[in-house]
Each structure stands twice: as C-alpha cells, then as structure tokens.
Write a protein that binds this ligand. Sequence first.
Ligand code: MG
Ligand code: MG
Length: 255
Amino acid sequence: MVIRKSRSEIERMRRAGQVVAETLRDLRKMVEPGVTTRELDAHAEHKIRSAGAYPTFKGYRGFPASICASVNDEVVHGIPSDRRLRDGDIIKIDCGATLDGYVGDAAISVAVGRIDADLEKLIEATRDSLFKAIEKMIPGNRLYDVSYAVQEYVEERGFSVVRDFCGHGIGQRMHEDPQVPNYGRPGTGPKLKEGWVLAIEPMVNAGTFEVKVLPDGWTVKTRDGKASSHFEHTIAITEDGPMVLTALEDGTITL
Ligand code: MG
Ligand code: MG
C-alpha cells in the first residue's frame, strides 16, 4: 500500500531532503585523487548530525556507515573504507538523512580527476534519464511510465539498466511501497497520485545489466566488470507537478 503524504509532511520531507542535498554538495567538492571513501563518510556523518538529523543508512540492516560509496564497477551499496580514489575513477555516493521523522534519499556519480569520454557519457545518460523520469511524475500517469522513461533513454544510448535493484516509495521509512523499477511497460502499473513520494534511482551499466553481490553482503558489482553509474532524487507528486525534495535550499537540483 502506498502511503500518501500531506502537504505538511512533504514540507518536512523537503527539510530532510535539503540536508541530503547539502551533504552531497560537500562530498562532490571533496572528491579528488587520494581521498578515501572513509573520509567522505566521516564528513557526511558530521554534516548530517550537525543539521540535527541522523544518517539513515547507519545501522540500517546492519550497514556500518552513513553513505554508500561505490567505485567503478561497484554499482551500489559499497562500504566506505581506506580505499583511495584514483584519477580516472567514477564514484557513486548515496546518502540518506532522517530529520523530524522523515527520510530524504539521494545519490550522485562523480568523476575523480580526468575520466574517459565513455565514462562521462555513462554519467550523463544516467543523470539525464533521472530527469526524464521526473517529468513523468504527474498524477494520472502510470508507475511504469516513469520506469520506462529511464529504460528508453538509457538503452537508446547503448547502456543497460540494472534489474535487481530499484527505486522505492519513501516517507517515515526509507523503503516504502511501491517499488520503482528502472524498466517497464509504458501505460501499465498503478496510477500516480498526488501525495506519493518516490525515490527514483537509475542504476546504469556500461555493459550487461547483470550484477552480483560480494561476500561482504552489501557491495553490488557488475558481473562483467564494466563501469556503472547511479543518480537518485526523492520526489513528491503534487498538483503543481513533480517537486524534488532532495534539492538545495534555493531549489538547485543538479547536485
Ligand atoms: Mg539512496
Ligand atoms: Mg533509495
């Protein structure tokens, strides 16, 4: 069952989302060759707690950190460590914050130093597919219109969408109904309603969509070892159109 949010709940979620946006903005600036993913995690935790929020991921099903940090062929759920980022890497940073009982969830892909043009294209396609999906978040559209917007955009560019993980409803809990796959048949699925809040998160692979989970129980990698990219925003469906809750205070959404 999808839990619809009132205007005041969406306002609270907007504040949680703002904490996430500010944290990711900081982390993007910190990304450079030599920095460790643990350093990024430490800053994120400090930033989130300083805002009076708490890092949603920490302790979630036993996850040990405040962000997920996934490098190169790691797709999502990478655990921060002493790994140093290197020139040419791509890092995906996923961040959640809970404020006043409501959760914000967003993710970015960031180039480390200079990266290959192909990798740049992968990042752009992933980011742009998210915005294609957001455009479909209008009351009366169907859920898989949103899913298909991602799939179509990504596959037209020769990349693939991950099947095994998907976006989700979000509110007082990070993961609520419905699941939002990054593929689907347009014109099908439940009708979108005002007050739904969804975390849309394209996970896009350069090669095959197949992934595997490492023995640490968390880190998801591409099966073929090729690179992967990930972006995510938390978005409310309103009568005035889609509202990105994980935006900066001034409304900037390109984290
Ligand atoms: Mg996330
Ligand atoms: Mg999410």
